[in-house]
Design a protein around this ligand. Structure first.
Ligand SMILES: [Ca+2]
Ligand SMILES: [Ca+2]
Ligand SMILES: [Ca+2]
Length: 373
């Protein structure tokens, strides 16, 4: 078993792009350096040809990695034959995979670290900072449970083993990531404000939120920003991803009202003439901001709850908010880039109906029972 300690924030997935080495040899320590980065291997070594690094034999018990003289990571508890390592591994990144193939303990620095235990059942403690633990395969292969204050990530296909994590804020898989802090964060605002934030994603973009984005807005709300101000910023964000959202800086107020009617009230044809004239005038005169208008329309949608004719409008909105909450808070999910979070979030919301959320949950591709964060 190896102990890997991060002394400085470090990216375990990108240890080195390959460097031209000078080698300093002693029977108990071998230093390999490119003049800036130095890896010191400890153990017991022999070198049959002092001009040929490949002639080193012996056993590695640990190493220190320094960058510009600063100790970045150190590993102890290794028992690795040098010749076996040479056969198994071509790069420094390969070395790490080999060193960490068994059950290991990893200790993050006080900064933001990227950690990975590779094979075996690992204990990973991120320490202070916003730390990310990486896993090899797609999230659907894993089961995530809580054990006291720890998060346990089990690879059901076996490759990554069962890792126990503490002080780690994010899990990243090959297709999605999980925000481990959003659920706790959401508990710091009222349920009604949380639902309103989730509904803003529906109203503006007809999508479910990603956990990181929702967590960000929860933080803004806690920092004193109003829902109205946040809603106005949603519009600005929509303009930024115009091709995906259909929002543009030049769209008319009437166009905007039509979009909100479609998203919130489920009216594919947009607003009725009376509603369009009323709300457009409110925006034109400056009586309401786009954010305030969205809130008003959300509020009016909920007044239809239980109505024989229009009750489905409120049911549809509630179901979208339910799926949004399941995705972003209960499962803490993100896709790996903003564009995908928008486009996939839209597909998931579009699968919600006034009477069904199962199809939308199925579209996420993750069994909620496998994720307990
Ligand atoms: Ca390991
Ligand atoms: Ca850390
Ligand atoms: Ca941490």
């Amino acid at each position: 078993m190896a102990n890997l300690t991060f002394h400085q924030p470090y990216d375990l997935l990108d240890p080195d792009a390959g460097f031209e080495d000078s080698i300093k040899f002693s029977p108990v320590q071998v230093d390999i350096s490119d003049g800036n980065r130095t890896t010191s291997y400890f153990g017991s070594f022999a070198m049959s040809n002092l001009s040929d690094p490949d002639s080193i034999t012996g056993t590695i018990t640990g190493f220190d990695l320094r960058d510009g003289g600063v100790l970045k990571v150190s590993m102890r508890g290794l028992d690795v034959d040098v010749e076996t390592l040479d056969n198994e591994s071509q790069t420094e990144a390969d070395d790490l995979v080999y060193f960490l193939r068994g059950a290991d303990s990893l200790f993050g620095s006080s900064g933001d670290d990227k950690l990975m235990g590779f094979g075996g059942n690992d204990q990973i403690d991120g320490g202070a900072g916003q730390d990310t633990a990486f896993f090899t395969a797609a999230l659907a292969n894993y089961t995530i449970t809580r054990n006291g204050g720890a998060t346990v990530v089990s690879d059901r296909s076996g490759g990554d083993g069962t890792d126990t994590l503490t002080n780690v804020e994010k899990l990243q898989f090959s297709d999605k990531s999980i925000n481990l802090t959003v659920d706790e964060l959401a508990g710091h605002i009222s349920a009604s404000n949380l639902k309103l934030l989730e509904e803003l994603y529906v109203a503006f973009f007809n999508r479910v939120p990603d956990a990181d984005g929702l967590g960000y807005w929860i933080g803004q709300l806690r920092g004193g920003m109003t829902i109205n101000q946040i809603a106005d910023l949603f519009y600005a964000a929509g303009v930024q991803y115009s091709a995906l959202t259909g929002y543009s800086a030049s769209m008319s107020n009437a166009d905007f009202v039509n979009v909100v009617y479609r998203n919130v009230l489920g009216r594919s044809e947009g607003a009725d003439a009376e509603g369009l004239a009323y709300w457009s005038a409110r925006l034109d005169s400056g009586a309401e901001s786009k954010g305030a208008l969205v809130q008003s329309i959300l509020g009016s949608a909920h007044t239809f709850k239980g109505n024989a004719t229009w009750g489905w409008v409120a049911d549809l909105l509630d179901n979208k908010a339910y799926v949004a909450h399941e995705f972003a808070v209960d499962m803490g999910l993100n896709y790996l880039n903003p564009q995908e979070s928008i486009s996939r979030g839209m597909q998931i919301a579009a699968a919600v109906t006034p009477t069904d959320t199962d199809a939308a949950i199925a579209l996420i591709g993750i069994n909620p029972a496998n994720i307990d964060i």
